[in-house]
Each structure stands twice: as structure tokens, then as C-alpha cells.
Design a binder for this molecule. Structure first.
Ligand code: OSB
Ligand code: MG
Length: 369
């Protein structure tokens, strides 16, 4: 067996509601879908980069070039079919984790489909359903935020994550606690603060947050260490975690007590599992982050989140929370228990709607050996 065709498509999908973080407001997602083919079987992967380098330095344009000029030619040249071989072959290339992960995910889906197994079995997952949390962006007013949180709680989400930024932080958390009491709450700063804001961040301790995610920039493990020493609230790293090595350093330094795993940010499933295993060994809980993926990327995340050390509610929400029309049908739903059931069909195990992909595609390229 060998990969006989790879397709890249750039898709545009509008959100049901804008999403605002400390780095800006978006009304839709533009992203690359990767398809790998072997004798009629198709594996799907999603690249989680955006149009602009705001979350990280990668963009759809940089990912497209890395895939087109480097990664796709490499799998043809070396007749690579398995994700593990692919992982080994690309280790020498620095960075570009989201581009690397998109293709690796497609190879995982293909391999699982060829073996007739759901991905979670390949990953040796242990859960049939995973706890679902929801990430709520910055709104135009605190009233609107409270309203949105309330409706998500009514839908059954197991915890609420709010985005914070300078000027939308301590007072917002106070209002939430006053209005909604002791709900499971955490906050995510997406690196929007600096060490000059230490005193302000320490004030968040009084709101009993389950964690504070990434207050400082990605490179800044040292200031996270300084803040964690002064805070009771556990810090969780997102942007800083790019490899198992970076996690070891963060834990040795005491820069966090919880780790967010995003398969795109760390360059694929192989690296994500290494991080998972390392954290498990060290007694550090992990949870699965999200990048507002389509149903394809989210299905991939669901399978990863079945591993046993994913011990906290994940940023994995229902399709209708993100998109008017997701790329899969039926969409992902949450149960009355506030969980998502893990698909048990081969591969990602969801029904991809090719007509919707075609409708959303703004650019497409096909590659053959
Ligand atoms: O920091 O977790 C983040 C979305 C885009 C970029 C960064 C982040 C997020 C989210 C959304 O919080 C999580 C989701 O996909 O539900
Ligand atoms: Mg985050």
C-alpha cells in the first residue's frame, strides 16, 4: 500500500456567533482540510492554523507551503503510509506543527479505516464518552456574557471557560460569581498579560477558578513559574506547550500544574500521546483543547481525549455551538450528562459531507506521486 493522492482544500466556514479572545475577534474560520487516498479509502485531517499569526506564528499560507513543498513530496518520495513513519521522517524539520499535524491526522484516519477500527482503539483509549466543557469568548457586555454562560449551563456543559484580557478580567469574574454562584469556572488569557500584571492576576485567586490558562506569552515559562509560586489557582499552559520536552521543562520549573493538549500545536498525535504519558507519570492532569475545529478536527480530538489522563472537562463542544452547518452529519452533540459519545465506527467515525466541503472550498490543489 502507498498513498496515491493527497488533496489540500482551503475552506471558509462562518461561526454561529463571533469568537473573541485577547488577540482579537473572528466571525468565521478559514482552514486547510487534508485528504490522503489509498485505493479509494480516504483519510481526513484538519490544519488548525488561521489566516493571521495571532494564536501562533503559523498561518494557512505558511501551512499550505510547508505541506505542498515539503511534507507531501516527502511521503511520496519515501512511500510513507503510517503516521509513525511520517512522524519519524519529519522530526528534523523545525516548527510548523499545525501543518505537520494536519497530514499526520489524515494518515491516522486512513490507517484506522484500513484496519476497520475506530481511532480510539489505535490510541488505546479507555473512555466511551468524554466530559464536555465550553469556551465562551469576550462579549460586548457582561450581561451578554452572563446570558450566554447561563444558556450553556442549561445545555449541560460540565464547565465554563471564559476568555479574559486586560480590562475584561477581575470584574468579569466577580460578576459571574455574584450572578451564577459556584459554577465550574476557569479563565483563559491567551498570553495577553505580562509580568507587570502579576498583582492583578493574583486577585483572580479569590474567584476559585479551576485553573488560569496561559496568562503570559508562549515563550515565557519563567514568568509563569513566578506567578504560580504566588497563586493558589493552578496555572494551565496552552500556547507554551509545543512538545514533550517543553512540558518537562515547564513541570521542572513549576510553571503550571495542568496541561492543555492540542494536537495541532504540538505537531500531531504521536507527540500529543508522549505529552499525555509524561504528564500521567508525573501526576499532572491534562485536558483536550480546541481551535474551533470543524466536525472533522473535533472528531479527531474526541478520540485523543479517550486516553486515561484526560481527567478534566475538555474544550470539545457540540457542532451547533460553533457552526451553522458543520462538515459532518449528524453533528457532534452533547448528552444530558454533559458528555460527548465517542464514535465507534472506523477512523474518525463520523459521516463527512463532501457536498458541504465543496460548498465551503475557496482553493484546492491535488498532489500525486
Ligand atoms: O486558547 O483555547 C484557546 C480557540 C481558538 C484559539 C485558541 C483557543 C480557542 C478556544 C476554543 O478557547 C476552544 C474550542 O475549540 O472550543
Ligand atoms: Mg487556550
Amino acid at each position: 500500500m502507498a498513498i496515491d493522492r493527497v488533496e489540500l482544500a482551503l475552506l471558509e466556514l462562518p461561526y454561529v456567533h463571533f469568537f473573541e479572545t485577547s488577540f482579537g475577534r473572528e466571525t468565521g474560520k478559514t482552514f486547510i482540510l487534508v485528504k490522503v487516498f489509498d485505493e479509494g479509502e480516504c483519510g481526513y485531517g484538519e490544519v488548525v492554523a488561521d489566516q493571521l499569526p495571532l494564536y501562533s506564528y503559523e498561518t494557512n499560507s505558511t501551512a499550505w507551503i510547508i505541506l505542498k513543498e515539503l511534507l507531501i513530496p516527502l511521503i511520496f518520495k519515501k512511500f510513507i503510509t503510517s503516521p509513525e513513519e511520517y512522524y519519524a521522517a519529519i522530526q528534523k524539520f523545525k516548527g510548523h506543527f499545525m501543518a505537520k499535524a494536519g497530514l499526520e491526522l489524515a494518515l491516522w484516519d486512513l490507517q484506522a479505516k484500513k484496519r476497520g477500527l475506530p481511532l480510539w482503539k489505535l490510541y488505546k483509549g479507555t473512555k466511551q464518552e468524554i466530559p464536555s466543557g465550553v469556551s465562551v469568548g469576550i462579549q460586548d457586555s457582561t450581561e451578554e456574557l452572563l446570558e450566554r454562560i447561563l444558556s450553556f449551563l442549561e445545555e449541560g456543559y460540565q464547565r465554563i471557560k471564559v476568555k479574559i484580557k486586560p480590562g475584561w478580567d477581575v470584574d468579569v469574574c466577580r460578576r459571574i460569581r455574584e450572578a451564577l454562584g459556584d459554577i465550574p469556572l476557569q479563565a483563559d488569557a491567551n498570553g495577553g498579560y505580562s509580568v507587570a500584571d502579576m498583582d492583578l492576576l493574583i486577585k483572580l485567586d479569590r474567584f476559585r477558578l479551576q485553573m488560569l490558562e496561559q496568562p503570559f506569552p508562549a515563550y515565557d515559562l519563567w514568568d509563569h513559574h513566578k506567578l504560580q509560586k504566588e497563586m493558589r489557582t493552578p496555572l494551565c499552559l496552552d500556547e507554551s506547550v509545543i512538545s514533550a520536552e517543553s512540558v518537562r521543562q515547564a513541570l521542572e520549573m513549576g510553571s503550571c500544574r495542568i496541561v492543555n493538549i492540542k494536537v495541532g500545536r504540538v505537531g500531531g498525535i504521536v507527540e500529543a500521546v508522549k505529552i499525555h504519558d509524561y504528564c500521567q507519570e508525573k501526576g499532572i492532569p491534562v485536558w483536550c483543547g480546541g481551535m474551533l475545529e470543524s466536525g472533522i478536527g473535533r472528531a479527531h480530538n474526541l478520540h485523543l481525549a479517550t486516553l486515561p489522563n484526560f481527567r478534566l472537562p475538555n474544550d470539545l463542544s457540540a457542532s451547533k455551538r460553533y457552526y451553522k452547518e458543520d462538515l459532518i452529519e449528524p453533528g457532534i452533540d452533547i448528552t444530558q450528562r454533559g458528555t460527548i459519545e465517542v464514535p465507534d465506527l472506523p477512523g474518525i467515525g463520523v459521516a463527512v459531507q463532501e457536498d458541504r466541503i465543496t460548498k465551503a472550498t475557496i482553493k484546492r490543489e491535488v498532489f500525486t506521486p
